[in-house]
Structures are given as C-alpha cells and as structure tokens.
Design a protein around this ligand. Structure first.
Ligand code: HEM
Length: 157
C-alpha cells in the first residue's frame, strides 16, 4: 500500500508471475543454447547452470524484482561483459531464436509477451560487437577478458 492507502502498482516482474516465470524462461532458453553449435562453445563453463542463474538474476532485477544480481555481480555493464565473446549477427539470431522459443513456452498475455520480447530483441541487437563471421575471433585481445575478472564482478567465485 502507498501512503495514500492505494495499492502500489505491481512491477512487471510480479505481473508476469515473479521468480517462477523467470526461472522457466531462462531454463527453456538454456535448453536451446545447450544444443547450439555456435553458442554453446562460447560459454566458459561446461555447466550452463551458473550462467543460467546469472541471466535469471539479471532479468529479474531489470523488470523490478529483487536486486540480487547487482549485489552479487556489481553494475551489469552488459556490453562490456560480452566484449570477449564473438557476438555477430548469427550469434544474435541464434540467441533470439532460443529466447523466442522460451518466451512462447511461457504463454503470457499478448501485451506482456510483446513488452518482454521487444526488450529482449533490442538488448540482443545492442550486444552485437562484430560483423566477422563465426570462427574468426575473439573480437578483443585476451587482456580484455580481465575486465570480467574485476573483483567487483567476481564476488561469487
Ligand atoms: C546477442 C547474443 C548474446 C550472446 C551470444 C551472449 C553470450 C553470453 C555468454 C557467452 C556469456 C557468458 C556466460 C556466463 O558465464 O555468464 C553471457 C553472459 C551474460 N549475458 Fe549474454 N549473450 C547475448 C545476449 C545477451 C542479452 C540480450 C542479455 C540481456 C538481456 C544478456 C545477458 C547476459 C548476462 C546477464 C550475463 C552474465 C553477466 C555476468 O554477470 O557475468 N546476454 N552472455
């Protein structure tokens, strides 16, 4: 309730079902990634569960849920965190294909689905950092990956 006694508006996070919905979304997405010959080799860890948890926490925070992502990882700085990965249009389209299938599984009301999908598309287009074909990379020299090991971003490990 607000001070005026009116109920506080629900966050988008709450509106679409909270934690369970984001877990379902990201689990379905990573099932797609696990079988993707271009995306899967990009992941530094063989076990995709820690990456899935990071994406879940990020999306929950972005949509007004708990701010656990920033507590554990610091500022998102997503473009920077993707700098060492070869994100070309092919990788982006694969990422979006798996995410589209995952969004479909949620069976959200059309307006919510459109809101979520619009964001995911814009974010994926913004993450592209090279137009070199797959197999030619990394896009940045190895020392750029040390940004990922900044103490602020590795509180978990
Ligand atoms: C466009 C294609 C994309 C590719 C190929 C890609 C690939 C990757 C890879 C390989 C990682 C490292 C996995 C890990 O250890 O966490 C990663 C991390 C991550 N990605 Fe993406 N990504 C893409 C787009 C996106 C988008 C659109 C978002 C957000 C909406 C996103 C959010 C994240 C987050 C939150 C992390 C973990 C960052 C951290 O805390 O270290 N990614 N991504």
């Amino acid at each position: 309730m607000t001070d005026a006694g009116t109920p506080a508006p629900l966050s988008f996070y709450e509106e679409i079902g909270g934690h369970d919905t984001f877990v379902r979304l990201v689990d379905a997405f990573y099932r797609g990634v696990a079988g993707d010959e271009v995306l899967k080799p990009m992941y530094p860890e063989d076990d995709l569960r820690p990456a899935a948890e990071r994406l879940t926490l990020f999306l929950e925070q972005y949509w007004g849920g708990p701010s656990t992502y920033s507590e554990r990882r610091g500022h998102p700085r997503l473009r920077m965190r993707h700098a060492s990965f070869h994100v070309n249009p092919d990788a982006r389209d694969r990422w979006l294909r798996h995410m589209r299938a995952a969004v479909d599984e949620l069976d959200l009301p059309p307006l919510h689905e459109a809101t979520l999908w619009d964001y995911l598309q814009r974010a994926a287009f913004a993450m592209v950092n090279t137009f070199e074909p797959t197999g030619i990379g990394p896009t940045r020299p190895p020392e750029a990956t040390s940004l990922l090991a900044h103490p602020e971003t590795t509180k978990e490990s």
